[in-house]
Design a protein around this ligand. Structure first.
Ligand SMILES: CC(C)(COP(=O)(O)OP(=O)(O)OC[C@H]1O[C@@H](n2cnc3c(N)ncnc32)[C@H](O)[C@@H]1OP(=O)(O)O)[C@@H](O)C(=O)NCCC(=O)NCCS
Ligand SMILES: CC(=O)OP(=O)(O)O
Length: 332
């Protein structure tokens, strides 16, 4: 079964209630309708009621297919505001600031998840990643035992020209700007778990660099080597190697030539980039030139699922991200 079909089937077998913060955006509305009609999720769209209703009518969605919550008039707003104030007052916000925050769709949707009114949330088709992720970090917060929240893209290679097909994880393409060695090790361990949960296969983790097995000497290479050591110490059973260049991690013949001792043998399926510059640029090149289907940024380490989208997304991306969010909610 194709990896995307596997995720869609898993979501259909246990659909959840997902709240979409940007309910006025036509791509969000179209993706939401696809998800409901495919039996993947029940959906709440957040936004100004008249505009969301117009958008739903434009795609022929019937009344009652999708719930709408308008923060300006929702019956939930007073309760979510009180909960947000209780949560954030130690950070110096007053009741008026809490009221203003909850009227923002990103915070309203994240607070619905925190309050148990929805199982997960998706935003970021309109808002920047920084705003989308900040709303999730400040309201939903970290899962117990997690230090660093990070993100990854699920990269699907399914086109005829893809010599290797299947699901791959690229991390962290969205959130942690310049992780130190310990942060990079956390990203590696969490990305391996995320890959296994979504792809259903054992992870093989490549810690990427511009150097392979000591071919270059630089403090940035040393960071990746140390991160590999820390990740291995944290999870001794994890199949991981680094530092490696991308070709060595991905192409068996190159691995044999440049890193014959590598445990990955050019068969990595989780690629951990050294920083956000490399990761974000790398995933967009794979998507836009390479023809990979890119689902993300998917957040890992939060107490409940909240995911981001690229502002360049389309309705299919929204549909796929809803399915991923449902699967994450089921795995909690
Ligand atoms: C995500 C991001 C906005 C967080 O930035 P920040 O300045 O730390 O945000 P805030 O200070 O508002 O942090 C919000 C809270 O989350 C916490 N936090 C921030 N990053 C965190 C992380 N990676 N893991 C866990 N908690 C984190 C902060 O400690 C803070 O907690 P508090 O409010 O309870 O004190 C920032 O890392 C960022 O801009 N990343 C890049 C996003 C981007 O542009 N990506 C490219 C396109 S995808
Ligand atoms: C993930 C990402 O790069 O998001 P955006 O394209 O919205 O900046």
């Amino acid at each position: 079964m194709k990896p995307l079909d596997r995720i869609l089937e898993a979501a259909k077998s246990a659909p959840r209630h997902i709240v979409l913060a940007e309910g006025e955006d036509p791509r969000i509305v179209e993706g939401a309708v696809q998800a409901v009609r495919a039996g993947v999720a029940s959906i709440t769209l957040v936004g100004r009621r008249t505009i969301v209703e117009e958008r739903l009518a434009a795609v022929g969605a019937g009344a009652g297919e999708i719930r709408i919550e308008d923060p300006a008039s929702s019956l939930l707003t007073p309760r979510l505001t009180a909960a947000y104030y209780a949560l954030r007052k130690a950070k110096g916000i007053d009741e008026a600031a809490a009221d203003a925050a909850v009227r923002s769709p990103l915070v309203f949707a994240a607070m619905m998840v925190r309050a148990g009114e929805a199982d997960g949330t998706v935003g970021g088709a309109v808002a920047t990643t920084a705003d989308t992720v900040r709303a999730a970090l400040q309201t939903i917060g970290r899962a117990p035992g997690v230090g660093l929240v990070s993100s990854f893209f699920l990269m699907m290679l399914c086109e005829a020209h893809h010599v290797k097909k299947g699901a791959f994880v690229f991390a962290d393409c969205g959130l942690v700007v310049d992780p130190d060695a310990a942060g990079l090790a956390d990203i590696a361990v969490m990305s391996a778990r995320s890959f296994e949960a979504l792809a259903g296969k054992p992870a093989k983790v490549a810690m990427l660099s511009f150097s392979t097995a000591g071919s270059a000497a630089h403090e940035r290479v040393s960071k990746v080597v140390e991160a590999t050591r820390l990740a291995h110490a944290a999870e001794p059973c994890l199949v991981i190697d680094g530092e490696l260049q991308f070709d060595t991690a991905f192409v068996e013949a190159v691995s044999a030539a440049k890193a014959p001792q590598s445990a990955l043998h050019g068969e990595a399926n989780v690629f951990v980039f050294p920083n956000l510059d490399a990761a974000n640029i790398g995933y967009k090149i794979a998507q836009r030139i390479g023809g990979a289907t890119a689902i993300g940024p998917i957040l890992q380490g939060l107490a409940r699922p909240a995911n981001d989208l690229s502002r360049g997304c389309n309705a299919a991306d929204v549909f796929h991200m809803i399915a991923v969010t449902v699967v994450q909610a089921g795995n909690r």
